[in-house]
Write a protein that binds this ligand. Structure first.
Ligand code: HEM
Length: 494
């Protein structure tokens, strides 16, 4: 495996990789069989790095279309494999998951996440996940669904003025604000919107900076005082400061006795020691960063798609009117709103907020008959898998009906009768599947049901939106919409 800084290109800055995260050097390659997977030859030194930097999503789609379910590509010093074939995705995430760790591309995430549940492996990851897991049980989430509908109601009230003034709103910002409010109140016992002035810019910066693309500003040593390095330090500090304030508030009896921050403060390690301030802070940053931007993007893309497809909007309105008649939904109502769920599933197919995630192989492996060397990276892109024409008819169209149980089978939980489990995986899979999946799905469905009953959202003409491959799939440059009150049926009220 090439060292990170060879050839002057660096895709990972992971300083001091720890034993848990580190990947052994390649073995002699004699332990597994298999040919080299097909892929572009690319340019000698940098391979497809410049295409990756210029239009990442296009490169992933091209690899899938030209070479199929497994392909090999050189990105700077690294030769990586992309897998989209459901059997291969299952192999890495589930069947042979013990051979795959977070690896070198994940190390960029440490810059902002710290060593929390998302970026660690093995026993360390297991212990971290165990403390948070009870907070994500369906029953507990459903019991707290009122937090989601109350926070959405705040948003509907906030929109009264721009709606009356016919002022367009930046939907992405508002969905981030909503997701921040829900996440803080539900899990951390505080309203994170109180810190949004510091949190929002830090998130915006970090979600660009964590993808290490080999740009010069990312490659320069940390001690050189460039603007990029100053911004990096400032936003890292802002995130740490806010998390420290939240921890301090809890140490002084704040928050809710049964919230996740108090659970982290009470947690003990195997040797009986409490978690350090740094460890608790990393876990809070992880939950905040992994949970808020993803859900905010999921909400934004769902509303964007509904606005683009009037016939979908009409069918959704009819379903909501029939079941809710304008009232605020409860978690229990969702089973009677199958089309709403199909709309959300389809939005997460077309625009998966986590469009790619990587793994590094610990030992040599064989996938689909092709050799995967120890230490090399496997890229798992929901975006390319969800746009694969071999799996999906007309993959670029927004068609919620493809998730109708009578048609092709729905997403997880709704059954996927005729489709491979790993053809659709917006939340990943195996033991590392998203811990927040049920929260995100509950939140998006309830919020969309309330928004669609109260307002009709329309894209402002002349402001096209494209998916931007940051850590999440951000709609860029922004989603500007006008919001018009809906008169029929009666608007959702508390
Ligand atoms: C639509 C919203 C969301 C999407 C699309 C999403 C997607 C994902 C994906 C694909 C992974 C797996 C990454 C990998 O295997 O490398 C993941 C992991 C994770 N997600 Fe989410 N997520 C969402 C919402 C949330 C929420 C609401 C939270 C928490 C409040 C959350 C917290 C996490 C954490 C902590 C992990 C790491 C889990 C582990 O490694 O054990 N996510 N998410």
């Amino acid at each position: 495996m090439s060292g990170p800084a060879q050839h002057g290109i660096r895709l990972s800055t992971g300083s001091n990789p720890t034993k848990e995260n580190s990947v052994p050097e390649s073995t002699d390659g004699t332990t597994t069989t298999g040919e080299r997977a097909p892929g572009p030859e690319g340019k000698f030194l940098f391979g497809a790095l410049s295409s990756f930097q210029k239009d990442t999503l296009k490169l992933l789609l091209e690899l899938q279309r030209q070479y199929g379910g497994i392909s090999r590509v050189k990105l700077g010093p690294y030769e990586v494999h992309q897998i989209t074939e459901p059997e291969h995705v299952k192999h890495v995430l589930q069947d042979n998951a013990k051979n795959y760790v977070r690896g070198k591309f994940y190390r960029g995430f440490n810059l902002f996440f710290g060593r929390g549940m998302l970026t660690t492996d093995g026993a360390e990851w297991k212990a971290k996940r165990a403390v948070s897991q009870p907070f994500f049980h369906k029953v507990k989430l459903r019991a707290n669904a009122g937090i989601i509908t109350d926070t959405t109601n705040d948003l509907l009230e906030k929109w009264a003025k721009p709606s009356a003034d016919k002022e367009p709103v930046d939907i992405t910002n508002d969905m981030m604000w909503l997701a921040m409010g829900v996440l803080g109140t539900m899990l951390l016992g505080v309203d994170l919107r109180d810190w949004s002035d510091r949190l929002m810019p830090a998130v915006r910066f970090s979600f660009k900076a964590m993808i290490l693309t080999g740009e010069v500003k990312q490659m320069l040593p940390r001690w050189i005082p460039t603007k990029y390095q100053r911004d990096l330090k400032r936003y890292q500090q802002d995130l740490n400061d806010v998390m420290d304030e939240i921890i301090e508030l809890h140490r002084n009896g704040g928050g809710r006795p049964d919230d996740l921050v108090n659970a982290l403060l009470a947690a003990r390690k195997e040797n009986g020691d409490p978690w350090s301030q740094r460890e608790i802070r990393a876990e809070l940053k992880t939950l905040f960063l992994a949970g808020h931007e993803t859900t905010g993007c999921g909400l934004t893309w769902t509303l964007y798609a509904i606005a683009q497809y009037p016939e979908v909007r009409r069918e959704l309105e009819a379903e909501l009117a029939g079941v809710l008649g304008g009232r605020v939904p409860t978690a229990e109502d969702l089973t009677s709103l199958p089309f709403l769920r199909q709309v959300v599933d389809e939005a997460l197919r077309l625009y998966p907020p986590i469009w790619l995630f990587p793994r590094d192989a610990v030992a040599d492996d064989t996938i689909g008959g092709y050799h995967i060397p120890a230490g090399s990276t496997v890229l798992i892109p929901p975006y390319a898998a969800h746009h694969n024409p071999e799996t999906w008819d007309n993959p670029e169209a927004f068609d919620p009906k493809r998730f109708c149980p009578a048609h092709q089978g729905g997403a997880e939980g709704q059954g996927q009768q005729n489709r491979d489990r790993y053809a659709y995986f917006p939340f990943g899979g195996g033991a590392r599947k998203c811990i927040g999946m049920d929260l995100a799905l509950l939140e998006i469905q309830l919020a969309v049901a309330m928004i669609v009953q109260r307002y009709q959202l329309s894209l402002v003409p002349g402001h096209p939106v494209t998916p931007g491959a940051l850590v999440s799939l951000r709609p860029l440059p922004q989603v500007l919409m006008t919001i018009t009150p809906v008169t029929q049926p009666a608007a959702a009220t508390r």
